[in-house]
Design a protein around this ligand. Structure first.
Ligand code: TXA
Ligand code: MG
Length: 331
């Protein structure tokens, strides 16, 4: 851990002055602005190239600081916050007066979370207020899980980068809409559906498509520059070799069941057998295949249980149709 308390004070000063601070969380790095400062929040959207209608998550130092940020907290939300904060869970609640409307894209709700990372918590405590932060990548591309990813992608557009090493969880938080009587998962993530069900003692629906606008539901999102093709696990090797014969520089996500199998490809990622390790490495693997010049990635989906649900969701988005999404520039 390289960030010190004087870094937290400096970074908090940058936020107070209307600047942008990139910071690590347990999930991915965030691009933070003072959630009460409309101009700073507008800069986040501009730097990301994100449409203003796509709302940001407000990060707080503790559940005790919800006052003013949300309007009321239903019992289910209380139970979930108590069980999973600090942690990779985001709750959508009715918005309170402190949230700048720019941060919520004009919605009457706000997404809030308390991240479980000493550097994020150090920053949030030093700052005192809410930090509106999306993942610190350009709209549509792969989220950063190291400070180097942030610097490579956003460079000078960020005023201060707090380095907290690689993120432990590696995929974004689970987003739960807790405004109604029946909570709903809007985006699968670091807290599994099984964990949510155990906490509430009831089944949880994970809808295929959200009624709310969530960029993660956009056809192509979380995407590397290389095109991503998904096939059944047993077809990965054949599909990769076929693409190579067609002239592609192919990157392969070799499933754990095929570990050690020979495959003719430009680059091979051995997918870890544990979903926790897979989630932790997922975005770095995608970035790495881009860096090695692959133009096509062949992968398969893990079983959609536990963290596998979030991994499969991100791979599907990465493989989604691309026409509407501006591609990030080559590094
Ligand atoms: O793990 C994470 O959640 C990371 C770290 C930095 O905290 N943040 C992150 O932010 O993934 P972002 O902006 O990349 O994704 C936030 C998601 C978006 O899909 C957004 O639409 C959704 O949260 N969201 C925010 N406010 C919402 C609201 N009021 N209702 C529904 N969805 C909302
Ligand atoms: Mg994002």
């Amino acid at each position: 851990m390289s960030a010190t308390s004087s870094d937290f004070d400096k970074a908090a000063g940058v936020l107070r002055a209307g600047g942008l601070v990139a910071f690590p969380t347990e999930t991915v790095y965030g691009l933070g602005a003072n959630a009460e400062d409309p101009a700073a929040v507008a800069r986040v959207f501009q730097v990301k190239g994100r449409p203003p209608s796509h709302p940001l998550i407000v990060h707080l130092a503790a559940a005790e600081r919800l006052d003013g940020w949300v309007e009321d907290v239903p019992e289910t939300a209380r139970v979930l916050a108590e069980r999973f904060w600090p942690g990779p869970l985001t709750l959508v609640l009715r918005r309170g007066p402190r949230v700048s409307p720019e941060a919520t894209g004009g919605l009457e709700t706000v997404a809030v979370r308390v991240p479980d990372h000493p550097v994020a918590l150090g920053l949030l405590s030093a700052f005192g207020g809410g930090v509106a932060a999306p993942s610190a990548n350009r709209f549509g591309s792969v989220s950063p899980t190291t400070a180097d990813h942030v610097r490579a992608e956003l460079g000078d557009a960020v005023d201060f980068v707090l380095d907290g090493g690689p993120c432990e969880v590696g995929v974004e938080s689970t987003i739960v809409d807790a405004t109604g009587d029946v909570p709903a998962v809007l985006r699968p993530g670091g807290v599994t559906r099984e964990d949510l069900e155990a906490a509430l003692g009831r089944a949880f629906a994970v809808p295929a498509a959200s009624p709310v606008r969530v960029p993660g539901q956009h056809p192509s999102h979380y995407a590397p520059r290389a095109r991503v093709v998904l096939v059944e696990p047993e077809e990965v090797v054949v599909e990769a070799e076929r693409a190579r014969e067609r002239g592609h520089r192919v990157g392969v996500f070799l499933p754990p069941a095929l570990a050690g199998s020979p495959v003719e490809a430009h680059a091979v990622v051995a997918v870890p057998g544990s979903t926790a390790a897979y989630a932790r490495g997922l975005y770095a693997f995608l970035r790495d295949l881009d860096r090695q010049g692959c133009d096509l990635i062949v992968a398969s989906l893990p079983a959609e249980e536990g963290l596998g649900l979030a991994i499969a969701n991100r791979l599907r988005r990465a493989a989604g149709p691309r026409s509407a999404v501006p591609r990030p520039p080559a590094p």
